[in-house]
Write a protein that binds this ligand. Structure first.
Ligand code: RFL
Length: 394
C-alpha cells in the first residue's frame, strides 16, 4: 500500500489536514486507534476563535458550524463577591464561536470520508513509524479485524495523534527539547446536564479556588473547579460539586446556578508543554502531539487547527506544485502562535489561581490584574486581543 501522506490521529488536527489534502486531490490515509463512534462523541473543547472559523470556512469545512454555533461577545469575571462583565466583542469587533468539539470532529470526518472520499482506518493498534529521516518513510499498524500487521509506504507522515500519541517518540531523543510548565494544581472538569446559568463564559476567582462555567449547548454545560493535583474525582460527590460551584461563582445580584446531573467528572493535571523540533525528516507534528496548553484560556483546539491549516496547505503546495516554502517555514509559523498562547495561559492562570494560593501577595497581585481590566481601556484591549487570538500573527 502506498499513499503520499499518512495522517496519524483523527482529531481536529488530523482530520483538517486530511480534508485539505483531499480537496486538492492528494490521497491520504488517516489511522486512528479509537472507533468512529468514540471520536465523534468525545467531549472536550467548545470555544473556537473567529480566525479559526474563517480558516475552516475558507476550506469548505464550516457549513454546520456557521449554522449552529453560538456567538459569544463577552465573558464575565466574578471576584470579591461582585460580577464584572468583559465585553470583548465591543472592544475588538471580534467574537468567539461556541461549537462542541464532537460536532466539529463529526463534521470533519463526514466531509473527509463521506464527501471527499478520504480513507480512514479506525481501531488500529501498534502504530509505528519507520525511516522517517529517509525519503521513503512508512507506517505500520495492526489491523483490528485480522490482527495482521500492515505496512503503508508514504512520502510524508502527519503526526496528529494528540498528547498520548506515538509519533512524537520518533523524534531523535538527543535532539528533542520538551519545554514544560506545571501549574501545581488540578482542575476538576465537569459536564453537567443543565443549561448554562449565564449567557457567557464565567470565571470565578475565589479564595476556595478557581471555578469556571463554559456554555456548550442549551442542554449541557461545562464547569471547572480548581482542586489539589491528583485529586480523586470520587472526592467530589454531586452535592459538594454544586456547593463549591455556587460559592465560587456566586456574586451580588446573581441567581444561583441551575444544577443538573454530572455526566463527566475528571481531574486534569494542569500543565503545558512544547516539543521541539516539530519536524524531523518526513514527520511533521501538529496539534496536541507537539504542544499542550492546559484548558485555562480554551486555546488547545485553536492551536491544533492553526497547525493543520499550515501543514495541509504546505503539503499540497509541495506535492502538487513543488513549492517547499510552506514546509520550510512550518514549525516556526506554528510556534509563534503556540508561544503567544502559552504566555497568555500562564498569565491568566495566575489570575485564576492566585486568590487560593494561600499567599496573600499572589492573591493581591491577582486581584490587581483583574481590576486593571476594568479600569484601563488599554489593558482591556490588550487582554481582549489575546483572549480572541487576534494578537498572534505570523
Ligand atoms: P486529539 O483531539 O487528541 O486527537 C488525536 C487523535 O489521535 C488518536 N490517537 C492515535 N491514532 C493513531 N495511532 C496512535 N498511536 C494514536 N494515539 C492517539 C486519538 O484517539 C485522537 O483521536 O488531538 P488534536 O487533533 O491535536 O486536537 C487537540 C484538541 O483536541 C485539544 O487541544 C482540545 O480538546 C483542548 N481543549 C480545548 N481547546 C480549545 O481550543 N477550547 C476549549 O474550550 C478546550 N477545552 C480542551 C478543553 C481539552 C480538554 N481535555 C482533553 C483536557 C477541555 C478539556 C476538558
Amino acid at each position: 500500500q502506498r499513499f503520499p501522506v499518512v495522517v496519524v490521529g483523527a482529531g481536529p488536527a488530523g482530520l483538517t489536514v486530511g480534508n485539505i489534502l483531499r480537496a486538492a486531490s492528494v490521497d491520504c490515509l488517516v489511522l486512528e486507534t479509537e472507533t468512529r463512534e468514540f471520536v465523534e462523541q468525545r467531549p472536550r473543547a467548545g470555544v473556537i476563535e473567529e480566525w479559526a472559523v474563517r480558516g475552516l470556512e475558507k476550506r469548505g469545512l464550516a457549513r454546520n458550524l456557521l449554522d449552529r454555533a453560538e456567538l459569544h461577545t463577552a465573558c464575565e469575571f466574578r471576584f470579591e463577591g461582585e460580577r464584572f462583565r468583559f465585553p470583548f466583542g465591543e472592544l475588538t469587533g471580534s467574537h468567539h464561536f461556541v461549537y462542541p468539539q464532537p460536532l466539529l470532529v463529526t463534521d470533519l470526518l463526514r466531509e473527509y470520508a463521506d464527501v471527499r472520499g478520504g480513507q480512514v482506518r479506525f481501531g488500529v493498534r501498534d502504530v509505528r513509524l519507520h525511516d522517517i529521516d529517509s525519503d521513503r518513510p512508512s507506517v505500520s499498524y495492526t489491523c483490528p479485524e485480522t490482527g495482521e500487521q500492515q505496512v503503508v509506504h508514504c512520502d510524508f507522515v502527519a503526526g496528529c495523534d494528540g498528547a498520548r500519541g506515538v509519533t512524537r517518540a520518533s523524534l531523535p531523543p538527543e535532539r528533542v527539547r520538551v519545554a514544560r510548565h506545571d501549574y501545581g494544581t488540578g482542575w476538576l472538569a465537569l459536564l453537567a446536564e443543565a443549561p448554562p446559568s449565564a449567557d457567557c463564559v464565567l470565571f470565578g476567582c475565589h479564595a476556595n479556588g478557581f471555578a469556571g462555567q463554559m456554555p456548550r449547548s442549551p442542554e449541557v454545560t461545562r464547569y471547572y473547579l480548581q482542586c489539589p493535583p491528583g485529586d480523586d474525582p470520587e472526592n467530589w460527590p454531586h452535592d459538594r460539586v454544586w456547593a463549591e460551584l455556587q460559592e465560587r461563582l456566586g456574586a451580588t445580584g446573581v441567581p444561583p446556578l441551575t444544577e443538573g446531573r454530572l455526566i463527566e467528572k475528571r481531574v486534569l493535571d494542569m500543565h503545558d508543554y512544547v516539543v521541539e523540533p516539530m519536524v524531523h525528516g518526513r514527520l511533521h507534528l501538529a496539534g496536541d502531539a507537539a504542544h499542550l496548553v492546559a484548558p485555562i484560556a480554551a486555546k488547545g483546539m485553536n492551536l491544533a487547527l492553526h497547525d493543520a491549516f499550515l501543514l495541509g496547505d504546505a503539503l499540497v503546495a509541495h506535492l502538487n506544485d513543488g513549492d517547499d516554502s510552506g514546509l520550510g517555514g512550518y514549525a516556526q509559523a506554528c510556534l509563534r502562535r503556540v508561544w503567544d498562547y502559552q504566555e497568555f495561559s500562564q498569565w491568566l492562570a495566575e489570575v485564576f489561581h492566585g486568590p487560593a494560593s494561600g499567599d496573600p501577595f499572589r492573591a493581591g497581585t491577582s486581584i490587581a490584574r483583574l481590576r486593571r481590566l476594568f479600569s484601563s481601556p488599554l489593558a482591556a484591549a490588550a487582554f481582549a486581543e489575546k483572549y480572541l487570538g487576534t494578537a498572534a500573527r505570523h
